[in-house]
Design a protein around this ligand. Structure first.
Ligand code: HEM
Length: 207
């Protein structure tokens, strides 16, 4: 669809754009512009970007199928790794600014508050995906096993949305928007899978 020269430009461009949210929050921090509750602002800001990058990563496959632009797949790994990068910052801001790196307090909090439990579980599930994101790891695991492992991203997406829904106290509009986007993204996959298996049965290749 696009020339190799353009593809070569898109990757670094996505990389730079994906770092803009980080640059923006650093700028605001340096300029003392984090509002009345800077810790909450940092926690929420980084959490928003984790969820955004998760949704963007999950949108790659449906977009590829709908547009026929297979080249989109080249950017999926980087987008997923940015979700991981932002969740590391999100966890760091929580563990450092909220909990002062006191491990026992963090463990107690993860056990006690259900929305933290769900967020933490999603974070833990993202680690093996980030670790196995290289081509060498795909070869080592084998495509089938790698694909099965990477289906964890669906559970991570659901966990992220549940975490957000659970933590808001009254106005659930924003997490609800994410819930709808996630339902569409996962629903599309389910729908195409059911359709393709029906077509295989209809064409007689499955007994
Ligand atoms: C994939 C994993 C995660 C996702 C997608 C995620 C996403 C989010 C989102 C969207 C928000 C709300 C932002 C807003 O209010 O606009 C949030 C807030 C928050 N998250 Fe996470 N999060 C994840 C993991 C974690 C982990 C591992 C922890 C800590 C152990 C954590 C702790 C918090 C805290 C403390 C808040 C702020 C709550 C408040 O200010 O009331 N999250 N997160």
């Amino acid at each position: 669809m696009l020339s190799p020269a353009i593809h070569k430009l898109i990757k670094p461009a996505i990389f730079v754009v994906a770092l803009v949210p980080l640059a923006w929050i650093i700028y605001r921090t340096v300029n003392n512009d984090l509002g009345a509750n800077p810790i909450e602002t940092l926690n929420r800001y980084t959490g928003d970007w984790v969820l955004r990058f998760l949704m963007i990563t999950l949108a790659v496959t449906p977009l590829r199928k709908l547009t026929g632009w297979n080249g989109l797949l080249r950017y999926r790994r980087m987008l997923g790794l940015f979700a991981f990068f932002y969740v590391c910052l999100h966890f760091l801001s929580y563990a450092w600014l909220d909990q002062n790196f006191v491990l026992t307090d963090i463990i107690k909090d993860v056990i006690k508050r259900p929305y933290i439990t769900v967020g933490f579980a999603s974070f833990l599930m993202l680690i093996p995906l980030a670790v196995t994101s290289t081509n060498a790891m795909v070869r080592r695991l084998g495509a089938k096993r790698w694909q099965t492992l990477h289906r964890l991203v669906y559970a991570i997406g659901i966990g992220g949305v549940v975490h957000f829904l659970w933590l808001v106290k009254s106005d659930i509009r924003e997490p609800l928007v994410y819930a709808i986007i996630l339902t569409l993204l996962l629903g599309y996959r389910f729908w195409t899978r059911v359709h393709s298996s029906q077509n295989t049965v209809a064409s007689g290749t499955v007994p």
